[in-house]
Structure formats: structure tokens, C-alpha cells
Ligand binder design. Structure first.
Ligand code: ZN
Length: 157
């Protein structure tokens, strides 16, 4: 069964993304990949103890999809615990999102700074934090997708 790679709504960022059993060399270690939505399912249901309907709601997915993700996640974790496998949490797209800072440069004092997406500020309303000049422009390449956070990651915590 293949599942399309849809990025779900995840509202947290894991601090630790790798778990390794002690005393087993990496070369003979089998790695289990846990996706971020699987971890989110675990977090909401098993850790926070929310109702399944609430969990599905929070992740903006159907209950049956949530159930499927959770079952798979539990199975993977059980497999790791029973068979002594490493767990790797896929967090690639989180990093990607963190890189999506808008970079600006002031023409007057040459000061450069970054603004994250979703601050509500538009490029044209920006002013230099140093000299307050309005002669600022965006210097990063990614001009489109302005202010968009397509999968709903709501910042830190
Ligand atoms: Zn300036």
C-alpha cells in the first residue's frame, strides 16, 4: 500500500530526531523512519491523550486517515522497541520551512536582516530596523509563496 506524500498539519517541532539502541553498532542497525505526521499522531493521541476526533481535527485530516497514521506509527515504534531498531524522525521539510526566511537589505545603511513568514508584514511596509529607511528590498531568491505556510506549521514550540 502506497501513501501519497501529503504534508499534514503539524504544530510542533521535535527536538530529537534520532533514537538509537545502546550497544549496537550502526552498521548492523536497522533504521525505522517515522514521518512527522506519524509522530504528531503519537503526540496528540498517546502523549496528550486527546480524543481521536480532536486529533484528526488538529491535523486537518479525516478520522480514518488519522487512525491509519496512528496505527502505522505505533507499529513502527513497537517494532523498534521489540527488535532493537533505530528510529529516525523525518524532519526534512521542517528544516526547509525554517529556511524560508525573507531576507531584506537596506539601501541606505546596507544593513541586512531576516523576517520570518507569517509576521503579517508586507515587503512594501518594511523599514530598516537600524536607520528606519524605507529604501529596503528583498534579497533572497524565493519571491513567490509570500507569507504562505502551506502545511500550517505555526512557528516554534
Ligand atoms: Zn538602514
Amino acid at each position: 500500500m502506497t501513501r501519497p506524500r501529503i504534508i499534514r498539519c503539524v504544530n510542533f517541532k521535535p527536538e530529537v530526531t534520532y533514537f538509537k539502541p545502546q550497544g549496537i553498532p550502526l552498521s548492523s542497525l536497522e533504521e525505522i523512519k517515522l514521518t512527522i505526521d506519524e509522530l504528531e499522531a503519537i503526540r496528540l493521541k498517546n502523549y496528550k491523550g486527546l480524543e481521536q476526533t480532536k486529533c484528526a481535527e488538529k491535523m486537518k485530516i479525516s478520522q480514518s486517515t488519522f487512525q491509519r497514521i496512528l496505527t502505522l506509527a505505533n507499529k513502527k515504534i513497537a517494532d523498534a522497541l521489540i527488535n532493537g531498531r533505530a528510529i529516525k524522525i523525518e524532519s526534512d521539510f521542517i528544516k526547509m520551512n525554517e529556511e524560508k526566511m525573507r531576507k531584506f537589505k537596506c539601501e541606505e545603511c546596507k544593513y541586512e536582516w531576516e523576517e520570518p513568514f507569517g509576521t503579517g508584514k508586507k515587503g512594501i511596509e518594511m523599514s530598516c530596523p537600524k536607520c528606519k529607511s524605507k529604501l529596503v528590498h528583498r534579497i533572497d531568491s524565493g519571491g513567490h509563496g509570500f507569507g504562505k505556510q502551506p502545511w500550517g506549521y505555526r512557528g516554534k514550540k
